[in-house]
Ligand binder design. Structure first.
Ligand code: FAD
Length: 516
């Protein structure tokens, strides 16, 4: 669907197609509102496709005294594990304690006990050095005292955004990508009238009327609605990751390491058949209209931390890199990693802004924004919280005989009710995984058919993650991708060539392994 095809009048307009906007769209649709979401680039193009891929309580938030944030996050994690299974998956972590560890056994044990209490089950155990190395063989034994094993969860972040949008659309909502909101319109008396929008590629312009507009544009939020609190501003903080093949960093479980330079925690996360390693945390001074990219300084910092356990590793073995920008509301006087990750909401006559927070707590952000907007019927938050995160697909669909229970659970988690049609449409070999990944070939054809793909980068970087998980952004697979997807995309041969060239350029500049 394009801008021209959409009705003019809505109960609610949501600006921003990251997880926050998607969550608001879903909760609004559930409440019976006619809601429209507008995203200036692609869905999950912003921070929500560039996270550390964790659905987690955040151990460091306990250390920093943000107990409420941890409480909400752990509870949301538990809900997502139960109700978005196959998309949000349990993930065991090992956290080693070496001589001179900043927190040490006692403080870490305390934080993990709180974590377990919040989850209502014991989810951590202390292990002596020898046993820890059995569970995480990469750990060097010198100076290793022991450590903890604990439980958190991982997710394909962009797929979470897409699944939430899909669910909202199944309830009558509408979401458009590549449509930028250029202005928020009010009457002379200051009453909210709606928004002006431009399709950033065709140049088509439209107005939509709505009594309420929610600005969920993350790091961009203040360009539409500045924070009214004097001295408080969005401070964009960049976090970057390196992605390695599992063969280079063989992990039995995720690892939380203390970086030797500044004792910050860095994560090694087995994800989608590869290992994601990060993150950095520093001020982002670049123009937000350009894709963020890892700097040489960040790459050096990350490699220094990694060489502590893998002395011979180099960026030449790296598959890709990516960077994201965290919107943190700040007075600008604290080191980046000390800034609060709590979300903030402010409002002004029909315009509500919600920014900050975490992927993990997207439902909480949605309720807070909708309550601030005054558009949720008076059921109260308790009722909203009872509703399942997603419709229970497993009760509707039967597993196709040629798929393993794990693969089927993964597809249902990622695509909900659409998983059945997707598998039914699979040709010979399409249910095989793309080498080195957990992505099935059929997912590409499905995305081209119904994933609102405008460009090859949408397909390879966000609908599936071949762009970060396979060598050279998946270049060796492009011919097969083209054969699978060409019947579903309105691109002639010339357009395919242009898309491929543009994708390769983008990948080289923003996703290639850094040369350090
Ligand atoms: C490095 C890093 C790692 C992280 N890791 C985790 C993690 O592991 N777990 C976790 O829970 N959280 C994590 N977070 C936090 C989490 O990723 C963010 O809180 C979350 O993604 C923010 O989502 P959002 O929808 O608010 O913003 P975004 O995802 O940035 O979405 C905002 C969208 O608004 C669009 N937009 C902007 N202006 C306009 C306009 N005028 N018109 C239309 N659209 C517009 C943008 O294009 C963008 O897509 C991490 C953050 C960073 C930076």
């Amino acid at each position: 669907m394009f801008l021209e095809d959409v009705e003019e009048s809505w109960d609610l307009v949501v600006i921003g197609g990251g997880i926050t906007g998607a969550g608001i769209l879903l909760e609004a649709a559930r409440a019976g509102l006619r809601a429209l979401l507008l995203e200036q680039r692609d869905f999950a193009w912003g921070t929500s496709g560039r996270s550390s891929k964790l659905v987690h309580g955040g151990l460091r938030y306990i250390r920093d005294g943000h107990l409420m944030l941890t409480r909400v996050s752990v509870r949301e994690r538990e809900r997502l594990l139960r109700e978005a299974a196959g998309l949000v998956e349990p993930l065991e972590f090992v956290i080693p304690i070496y001589d001179g560890h900043k927190l040490g056994k006692k403080a870490l044990g305390f934080a993990l006990t709180i974590y377990s209490i919040l989850a209502h089950k014991r989810q951590h155990v202390y292990l002596e050095a020898a046993e820890l190395r059995e569970r995480a063989s990469l750990l060097v034994s010198e100076g290793l005292q022991g450590g903890f094993q604990y439980l958190d969860a991982r997710v394909d972040d962009a797929r979470l955004v897409l699944r939430v949008i899909q669910e909202a659309e199944s309830l009558g909502a509408c979401a458009l990508n590549y449509c930028a909101v250029t202005e928020v319109r009010r009457s002379r008396a200051g009453k909210m009238r709606g928004v002006g929008v431009r399709d950033v590629e065709t140049g088509v312009e439209r107005s939509f009327s709505s009594p309420v507009v929610i600005n969920a544009t993350g790091a961009w939020a203040e360009s539409l609605h500045p924070c009214p609190e004097p001295g408080r501003r969005i401070r964009p903080l960049r976090g970057s990751h390196l992605v390695f093949p599992a063969s280079v960093i063989p992990l039995e479980r995720a690892l939380t390491l203390e970086h030797p330079v500044d004792q910050r925690p860095v994560f090694l996360i087995p994800w989608e058949g590869v290992v994601v390693y990060g993150t950095t945390d520093l001020d982002h001074h670049e123009d937000l209209s350009h894709e963020p990219v890892i700097s040489t300084e960040e790459a050096r910092y990350l490699m220094e931390g990694l060489r502590h356990i893998l002395p011979g590793v180099s960026t030449a073995q790296c598959l890709s890199s990516y960077a994201g920008v965290r919107p943190v509301l700040s007075r600008g006087d604290r080191p980046p990693s000390k800034e609060s990750r709590e979300h903030a909401v402010w409002k002004d006559e029909g315009l509500v802004t919600v920014t900050g927070g975490k992927l993990t707590t997207f439902r909480r952000l949605a309720w807070d924004a909708l309550h601030a907007a005054g558009v949720l019927p008076g059921k109260g938050e308790r009722e909203e919280r009872k509703a399942p995160v997603f419709v229970r697909t497993a009760e509707i669909l039967n597993r196709p005989p040629d798929l393993s229970p794990e693969t089927w659970a993964r597809l249902m988690g990622r695509y909900g009710a659409a998983a059945g049609d997707m598998v039914a449409a699979a040709g010979a070999g399409d249910l095989d995984a793309v080498p080195g990944t957990r992505t099935l070939w059929v997912e590409l054809a499905h995305a081209a058919r119904c994933g609102k793909v405008r460009h090859l980068e949408d397909l390879l970087l966000r609908r599936v993650r071949l762009g970060v998980c396979t060598p050279l952004g998946g270049r060796e697979h492009i011919e097969r991708v083209r054969t699978l997807c060409a019947p579903h995309l309105p691109w002639d041969q010339r357009r395919w060539e242009e898309e491929i060239a543009a994708y390769v350029r983008l990948w080289e500049h923003h996703y290639a392994p850094p040369k350090v």
